[in-house]
Design a protein around this ligand. Structure first.
Ligand SMILES: [Zn+2]
Length: 490
């Protein structure tokens, strides 16, 4: 055959990996990603809290980006949205508990709604199994100390609560007032988190357990209240919790799809997901800034998904793609929970969920994929990340349980292989946690040269997985392998 420079060029550029690498890089520019992140993390968006107008504007922005790329509406969706019914519960405006004549106001209502009680109460030391022996607590309030003889830290005290609650309920008590001997600084943190509005699923919904028990923490730094109670045989208690209001509202997941090009593989979908909400406006930091911008968490993650959507709308892979931008992750992974319970396309067709979520980063030579080694897509991801000069590493802080702390976990529980793609971090401390859920998580403090490579890595990873003849799955022995076998009938 005669040498043809045109044919040579064609052969050279059409090798598989080369093409995918070029396609993955082709639409991502520094200006474009800055455009997304600076807008989404701007002060005008007030931290994108679920249930706020800025949360709605964020969803509109994302839907219209997806529209502009030419992605398709998902059948059964409300345009580019999936409506998610939620309930906002405001914090109590009045909180006081009278314990043997002393009125306590440092109260964290851990569980329960508006409530008034005036009656008998029993003091039960730590409220453990042995403390109930010979005691009649039926229909009464129970006073106990937080923790146990050996458990003192606030976090460990919280760990015992479920067990103590079950014991109290089993014995017929109507509620627990737990006296917490913790330092005021930690108390401030706890008090703050129970003074905020809470968002959950509407009641009478099987996803929410209805509250039929009251659980309060009362600050008792020096054990004065507990010591006083221990000397009295019978006690009385008066609880007044009021001003809690519930309001139902509709929030939205943003959804879109791109059909695959292969007649058979297009029935398999890769989900590209990330949450778009953040924590809103809160306590000011030392500089007086009270807007929690959420640039890393998770304007970066949604830009990751947008980059993928723009790419696949122009250059689809063999497998189909479903893009989901979740609401209410920061309220307890609610948008993703709602999606897996109300999927728009059967979950068994979802062969992979490639989530992106970020706390912070401390190493711009890396991409950290939480769950990298847990699925057979590991190699595709490693190859893709190294194509842009970065290195793919797995979760460096398994003790933080990060795999189970983002939206991906709901898909994993259903059996869908679901790692989370994050900016490079080598520990969950220092520079990484410095901006985590802080007003300083701003668009200005990001490295955009790194982010270009980061987004390209994600897009190429998705392209390789979407075109790989082998369907991804859990590695043998993974916690979620059995769920996967059940889902896919493997
Ligand atoms: Zn996040």
């Amino acid at each position: 055959m005669k040498y043809s420079p045109i044919l040579f060029l064609f052969l050279f550029t059409s090798t598989f990996a080369q093409t995918d690498k070029e396609l993955a890089a082709s639409l991502i520019t520094k200006n474009k990603i800055e455009g997304h992140i600076y807008f989404l993390a701007s002060d005008a968006m007030k931290g994108r809290e679920t249930g706020t107008n800025e949360g709605k504007i964020t969803a509109e922005y994302l839907a219209n980006q997806l529209r502009s790329y030419g992605t398709k509406k998902v059948p059964g969706a409300n345009g580019f949205f999936q409506d998610v019914p939620l309930t906002k519960t405001t914090a109590a405006t009045t909180r006081n508990i009278v314990i043997n004549g002393g009125k306590e106001t440092q109260i964290a209502p851990i569980e329960g709604g508006n409530y008034h009680y005036d009656g008998a109460a029993v003091y039960l030391n730590y409220g453990l199994e042995e403390d109930y022996a010979g005691q009649d607590v039926r229909g009464k309030l129970v006073y106990i100390k937080a923790g146990s003889e050996t458990i003192r830290g606030a976090q460990q005290m919280f760990g015992l609560m479920e067990q103590k609650k079950e014991l109290a309920k089993k014995n017929g008590a109507i509620g627990i007032v737990e006296l917490a001997a913790i330092n005021p600084e930690i108390w401030n943190f706890i008090d703050h988190s129970y003074s905020e509005n809470r968002v959950g699923f509407p009641e009478n919904d099987e996803k929410t357990e209805t509250v039929d028990f009251n659980y309060y923490w009362v600050l008792d730094t020096d054990n004065a209240i507990a010591n006083d109670l221990a000397t009295k045989r019978s006690n009385f208690g008066k609880v007044t919790i009021s001003g809690i209001e519930k309001q139902e509202f509709i929030s939205r997941n943003v959804v879109a799809m791109v059909e695959g090009t292969d007649a058979k593989l297009k029935n398999e979908y890769i989900i590209y997901s990330g949450h778009y909400d953040h924590v809103g406006i809160g306590r000011p930091d030392a500089t007086g800034d009270s807007i929690y911008n959420g640039a890393r968490d998770n304007a970066v993650g949604i830009t990751t998904v947008l980059s993928m959507a723009e790419n696949l709308a122009k250059h689809p892979t063999k497998r189909s793609a479903l893009f989901i931008l979740f609401t209410a992750e920061e309220k307890g992974l609610l948008g993703s929970k709602y999606y897996v319970e109300n999927p728009l396309i059967p979950l068994k067709q979802m062969v992979f969920c490639f989530n992106s979520d970020n706390a912070g980063y401390n190493d711009t030579s890396l991409v950290t994929i939480v769950g990298l080694g847990r699925t057979t897509a590991e190699n595709d991801i490693k190859v893709a990340v190294s194509a842009y000069g970065l290195k793919a590493v797995d979760d460096p802080a398994p003790e933080q349980n990060l795999f189970d702390r983002s939206d991906n976990v709901h898909f994993a529980v259903k059996g869908i292989p679901a790692p989370t793609f994050s900016m490079g971090f080598t520990s969950f401390s220092g520079e990484v946690t410095k901006h985590y859920h802080q007003p300083s998580d701003e668009a200005d403090s990001l490295d955009y040269d790194y982010l270009v490579k980061f987004f390209q890595s994600y897009v190429l990873s998705g392209r390789l997985i979407g075109n790989n003849p082998q369907t991804p799955f859990w590695v043998l022995g993974d916690t979620y392998e059995a769920a996967g076998r059940l889902l896919y009938g493997r």
